[in-house]
Design a protein around this ligand. Structure first.
Ligand code: ADP
Ligand code: SF4
Ligand code: MG
Length: 316
């Protein structure tokens, strides 16, 4: 195993939600007991349907929000919210490249802001660093003076990636970084991310609801369902033969080029249950075609099966 840059130990994040006219107050367990490790220069993909807790995980590992329980270690040390070391080690890129850039600031100012706040660099040094970083992500020097609205979605995402790189972090949390982009542009941005990873030895926590996006870029994969990790392991191993029925269903719902595999689609049927009132036992049981009585009684613990971790009583 290489150098572990980020380690999560039983991380949880709960939200208390108030009652409304037709709702009772309750607790949303958006993230429950997630444990994983991320190595320098590697990509850990986090996948699952909308609402399974991916963005919550992103906010907790970047300490935008504190965990309700559990521990987060960055470079082997307990992470502290708002510390300079944290900002210089881990940065985040959000899905929406429109909302995340200040429309009143020029690209140059957007990129240099982290340097102003966190370093003693003078104006000339800051500009040099901004221009270098723009070049890395495929932006042209004249873009320095322009405003975000003058760019396409793909270019804005390059700006957001450049901004995340300004403090030379070792880890990027990428929360659906290409999900808002057209398919052809997605490939360009994924290529840039892949090149940057090689050049800068970056570790990625790459979040996506779309398995086809992470298929070719992940070293490890973690599949989540209603706030819990259901399967985790080496990406090649999991993609070759998923063990958790939910992973298998997600995979067969993802378009593949091979028509033989296309035929054996397993449909992911049924509604995603309310996270305020998850099903008892294995939360996937109402949608699982392998469910038995045992599955409805107690949540299955994560166990090693066929070289990966699976939380299922009847792994495939
Ligand atoms: N601030 C919040 N208050 C209450 N519930 C929240 C909050 N943020 C997220 N949630 C809930 O937590 C669950 C996970 O959300 P999220 O992490 O955004 O999922 P994903 O990114 O996988 O779509 C959802 O049910 C969502 O409604
Ligand atoms: S524990 Fe049971 S219900 Fe849950 S995924 Fe496994 S077989 Fe299906
Ligand atoms: Mg999200």
């Amino acid at each position: 195993m290489g150098e572990v840059v980020l380690e999560a130990r039983n991380l949880s994040r709960f939200y208390e939600v108030g009652g409304g006219l037709f709702r009772r107050p309750g607790v949303v367990k958006a993230l429950q007991d997630a444990s994983f490790r991320l190595e320098a220069g590697k990509t850990l993909a986090i996948v699952g349907e909308s609402g399974c807790g991916k963005s919550t995980l992103a906010r907790v590992v970047t300490m935008i929000e504190e965990p309700t329980a559990g521990e987060l270690l960055i470079n082997g040390k307990k992470a502290e919210a708002g510390s300079r070391e944290m900002r210089q080690t881990i940065q985040i890129v959000f899905q929406n490249p429109y909302g995340s850039l200040n429309p009143r600031h020029r690209v140059g100012a957007i990129l240099e802001e982290p340097l102003k706040l966190n370093t003693t660099m003078d104006a000339a040094e800051r500009r040099r660093r901004a221009e270098e970083t723009m070049e890395r992500v495929g932006l042209r020097p004249e873009h320095y003076e322009r405003y975000p609205h003058m760019f396409s979605g793909g270019q804005r995402q390059r700006i957001a990636i450049a901004r995340a790189l300004m403090l030379e972090p070792k880890i990027l949390v990428l929360d659906e970084p290409v999900s808002a982009l057209d398919l052809s542009i997605q490939a360009q941005v994924l290529n840039i991310l892949s090149d940057l990873q090689g050049e800068l030895d970056l570790a990625y926590l790459f979040i996506s609801h779309d398995l086809s996006v992470v298929r070719h870029i992940s070293d490890d994969i973690m599949v989540m369902y209603l706030g819990k990790v259901v399967e985790a392991g080496d990406a090649g191993t999991v993609f070759a033969a998923p063990s958790h029925p939910y992973t298998a269903a997600l995979m067969s719902a993802t378009p593949v080029a091979d028509p033989e595999r296309q035929k054996q689609r397993i449909m992911l049927t049924g509604e995603l249950p309310s996270p305020l009132n998850p099903p008892p036992g294995c939360a996937f049981h109402p949608r699982c075609r392998y469910a038995t009585d045992k599955c409805k009684e107690a949540a299955p613990p994560a166990e090693t099966h066929a070289g990966r971790q699976v939380a299922c009583y009847h792994p495939l």
